[in-house]
Write a protein that binds this ligand. Sequence first.
Ligand SMILES: [Zn+2]
Length: 184
Amino acid sequence: MFRRVLITMVALAALATTARAMDFTYVDDHQALQTLNTLADRLTQSTRIRVPYHIGILNYPELNAFCNSEGQIFVTRKLLQSVGSEEEIAAVLAHELAHLSRRFSSPIVRSFSAMDGDEFQADQVGLKMLNRAQINSGSLLMVLSRVTTAWGDNIPKSQRKILEKRMKNIAKKAHLNYKDFVTA
Ligand SMILES: [Zn+2]
């Protein structure tokens, strides 16, 4: 027990260090962290994906989430405050856990709203995790739509197109109508 507590403390200290390195404050919200960890456990337990991960919350002015090759997942407080359901948070975690399961080797920090090929892959694997955990897979589309709307005109058209392509791909795989999830 002591060992587990100690490991958790070391993990938390590492999360805080990463947050500082990114120039953002780590949020020590015990209850929210418990919710996040419960959801992540449910996702990983219902799949064969077994990856070590540590979840933290960031004070960060965007709806976003990040992960890195250390197995750290950060969800922004703003995202937690903006989602409509816990299922949407689960969808974000499923996407980030999907990245971790691929053990990407570069030490870069990946962003939930990133726009390259790896994102399409993480969306697909994330959808599978949600299905196996019996969590509504439409929640991934919902939360990505929320993030895209929050970006507004702050991203170039070409990047918005890629986000839309991600959403269309998710809709197709999850047998959903993309238009039902687009606000503007
Ligand atoms: Zn991603």
